[in-house]
Design a protein around this ligand. Structure first.
Ligand SMILES: [Zn+2]
Length: 330
């Protein structure tokens, strides 16, 4: 995949290509940004461009180096993955040893740590010296979706590149190219919130089912129907969900809320995030005042914010539902 095929993050691409053209790629870099936006693909892209036999600021994808890197079979591009969910100091010791040896086949040796937030503190500390004074031919690319978990001493030694979510338009276009019809592509592109990787892996039927489940939840909440029963059943069965699933449910609830606000304000229906729910949304329009709706949305957005910031999930979820128990917001 040459640079042009990586969707989104044009600013990051530009910075990297310029650095490649000038032979000034920083030896220590930290790629930060949300999940699924192509951070690791970009790191691999840099590794290929630095070792490509034909191109200087891109990957030709056909020379022996590009092909070997794609096949994960190139001794000078080394990925360091967590073992049992942590990157250990022993792995960093190996990295340090190899970093001082000249590349075997390639021009440069590149280490990619795709989940850098999983470096244990001793592992991270053991990298400090090499990040500060790396050997000329070695490059360390740390990648993380959670820069809050990266030690400040690591951050200060790296050139930081911030990635953004991939735009809805780019994701939508890509899905259409994959064969989705326009409306489905639009719903999916809204559903994934800039996570390209997720968009590529989604099945329409699965998304449809998740949205329907969230819709039923939304209805129970705004109709105040059997909330106590709901809390007993739904909240209990949702207890086993992981953070990402909760975030997704909250994001769908948030999209229904936004759509209702849009309908109440008589805005352009083409802006609906759930165009296929327009009729059902209209039926519920009168159930909530605009003030109650905004209150509801604020609560949902706070829960999403908390889930993103890794606050205690059980507390967030139970405090979210307690709003309905007390009948305060709807
Ligand atoms: Zn090449």
């Amino acid at each position: 995949m040459p640079f042009k095929d990586i969707l989104g993050n044009d600013r990051v691409k530009k910075v990297l290509r310029k650095a490649l053209q000038k032979n000034k790629v920083p030896n220590s870099m930290l790629f930060c940004g949300p999940e699924g936006v192509g951070k690791k693909s970009m790191a691999l892209m840099v590794a290929k461009a630095m070792n490509c036999k034909r191109k200087k600021d891109d990957a030709c994808e056909s020379c022996s180096s590009c092909r070997a890197i794609n096949a994960k079979n190139f001794p000078d591009v080394i990925e360091i993955l967590p073992e049992k969910n942590v990157v250990k100091i022993e792995q960093m010791r190996i990295l340090r040893k190899l970093a001082y040896l000249k590349p075997m086949l390639g021009k440069k040796r590149i280490f990619i740590v795709p989940e850098a937030e999983k470096m244990q503190e001793p592992a991270a500390n053991s990298l400090l010296k090499i990040l500060e004074e790396p050997p000329l031919f070695s490059y360390i690319l740390l990648v993380t979706h959670n820069p809050f978990l990266i030690l400040p001493t690591i951050k200060s030694r790296c050139q930081i590149l911030n990635f953004s979510p991939v735009s809805r338009e780019d994701i939508g276009k890509n899905l259409v190219e994959k064969g989705f019809d326009e409306e489905k592509a639009r719903i999916l592109s809204l559903f994934v919130h800039g996570n390209l990787k997720q968009a590529m892996a989604l099945e329409w039927e699965e998304v449809k089912a998740k949205r329907e489940q969230a819709w039923q939840l939304f209805l129970s909440l705004i109709k105040k129907e059997n909330i106590a029963g709901f809390l007993r059943n739904y909240a209990y069965s949702y207890r086993g969900l992981v953070k990402e699933e909760w975030k997704q449910i909250m994001q769908i609830l948030s999209s229904f809320c936004r759509d209702l606000i849009l309908l109440q304000e008589k805005s352009d229906v083409r802006l609906l995030m759930n165009p296929d729910y327009e009729e059902q949304l209209r039926k519920t329009e009168s159930l909530l005042s605009s003030e109650a709706l905004i209150n509801f949305l604020t609560k949902i957005d706070y829960a999403i914010y908390g889930l993103e910031k890794n606050l205690n999930m059980n507390l967030l979820v139970s405090s979210f539902f307690s709003n309905f128990k007390e009948g305060k917001y709807v």
